[in-house]
Write a protein that binds this ligand. Structure first.
Ligand code: ADP
Length: 177
């Protein structure tokens, strides 16, 4: 299913349910860990679909701090680029988790703008193994995306890709509110 937002920034936002590795966009975002050497969840799916060259390139980068992002090629993915970002592990909300998640989105959009990327797809960063509450994460994602779409008007489309219906509901609420 597809949910298209209404209003100025959300004209460029779509929420879809599916597998991010299948999307033919300029860049997909990976919810990576600080080592950037693959892992479970969406990270594992992206590495499996992109092939071993992705891991090789990631090894050369040498890691990424929480809240920052790094770009690689997409190799066997339909997407030309992968922007890897490291979300915070949720541990109650008092360890700057919301700020760090916002910083992930800002870092990804900055890199996207530098590379001339016009279409990009995000998974629900930090809401899987890292346990960030989905409603809170979706509201940060929408807020930062709206701010970035104002700052970088050349970006044409942002997809939020959900694996499950809880995630879809969270984004629907965030886009409506
Ligand atoms: P994190 O460690 O940042 O929490 P996870 O990969 O565990 O990252 O989960 C982030 C989100 O990505 C979760 O909502 C999970 O359901 C979702 N996810 C897992 N695999 C895929 C995929 N192939 N495409 C899109 N989303 C996915």
């Amino acid at each position: 299913m597809t949910v298209t937002g209404s209003g100025t920034c959300s004209d460029k936002i779509e929420v879809i349910q599916g597998d991010i590795t299948a999307l033919d966009v300029d860049a997909i975002v990976n919810a990576a860990n600080t080592r950037l050497l693959g892992g479970g969840g969406v990270d594992g799916a992206i590495h499996r679909a992109a092939g071993p060259e992705l891991l090789e390139e990631c090894r050369g980068i040498g890691g990424c701090p929480t809240g920052e992002a790094r770009i690689t090629r997409g190799y066997r993915l339909p997407a030309r680029w992968v922007i890897h970002t490291v979300g915070p592990v949720w541990s109650g909300g008092k360890r700057r988790e919301p700020e760090l998640l916002a910083s992930c989105y800002r870092s990804v959009f900055q890199i996207a703008s530098e590379k001339g990327i016009k279409t990009l797809a995000f998974p629900a960063i930090s809401t899987g193994a890292y346990r960030f509450p989905p409603d809170h994460a979706a509201s940060i994602a929408v807020q930062e995306t709206c701010a970035a779409l104002e700052r970088y008007p050349e970006i044409e489309k942002v997809l939020f890709v959900c694996f499950d219906s809880r995630c879809l509901d969270a984004y629907k609420k965030a886009l409506a509110g």
